[in-house]
Design a protein around this ligand. Structure first.
Ligand code: PGA
Length: 247
């Protein structure tokens, strides 16, 4: 089975106003010859405008979270159908900031993944251990457990990605060593094959956590790394393109 096309996705988190759309346009301009699929996940209120600005470009637009239900009395929440209606084609689910701040469990993330599929969105499902879990030698067990718990069987035959993001590497400038990344990505791959058979080999496994232009090439060329989920360095087109072009 051929290796999946790498995916480089930018997670703007709660950053960006209408003026930031210029950065997205610059990414689209600079990514024309990219060897990777490229996506930007802005705050939900920018999705519609960004989708219009990037229409016809190679850059896809995604959400950062979605509610599991299609509609209802959930003040402040956004449904997967709404993201799709606004022009998103992907959605990040189960990011550690949501798991930690909003208490999202594996089973809630799995319900959100089903919602994304219902809406025709490609889910990017995040997993990752805390520093305490790594120090206790539990990283592999924790992360493969999150993969099993967060990916519903409904994903069989569907396009989706898994993002390995060690919590302690997010926004800290710290990254695992390349052998540590490879060990984890191989364990995730084995779990995906266990769950989805040979189709599990075609799922891109992204690395996320302090990816920047200076470390992107080494990380992206590591075994079983199928792209990156980029936070801070996705906010400036020049930095993000430095990562996109490291594929
Ligand atoms: P970072 O964030 O690149 O700023 O470390 C990554 C993420 O949280 O997806």
């Amino acid at each position: 089975m051929t290796a999946p096309t790498p995916l480089i996705a930018g997670n703007w988190k709660m950053n960006g106003l209408a003026a930031s759309l210029a950065e997205a346009k610059a990414v689209a301009e600079g990514a024309k010859a990219a060897r990777a699929r490229v996506a930007i996940c802005p705050p939900s209120v920018l999705i519609e405008r960004m989708s219009r600005e990037l229409a016809g470009s190679a850059v896809a637009v995604g959400g950062q979270d979605a509610h599991a239900e299609e509609s209802g009395a959930y003040t402040g929440d956004v449904a997967a159908e709404m993201l799709a209606d606004a022009g998103a084609t992907l959605v990040i689910l189960g990011h550690s900031e949501r798991r930690a701040t909003y208490g999202e469990t594996d089973s809630l993330v799995a319900a959100k993944v089903k919602a994304a599929l219902r809406a025709g969105l490609e889910p990017i499902v995040c997993v990752g251990e805390t520093l305490e879990q790594r120090k206790a030698g539990e990283a592999l067990k924790v992360v493969t457990g999150q993969v099993r718990g967060s990916l519903p069987a409904d994903l069989a035959g569907k396009a989706f990605a898994v993002a390995y993001e060690p919590v302690w590497a997010i926004g800290t400038g710290l990254t695992p060593t390349t052998p540590e990344i490879e060990e984890m990505h191989r364990a995730i791959r084995a779990t995906l094959v266990e769950m989805f058979g040979e189709a599990g080999r075609a799922v891109p496994i992204l690395y996320g956590g302090s990816v920047k232009p200076s470390n992107a090439a080494e990380i992206l060329h590591a075994d079983e790394v199928g792209g990156a989920l980029v936070g801070g360095a996705s906010l400036k087109a020049a930095d993000f393109l430095g990562i996109v072009n490291a594929v």
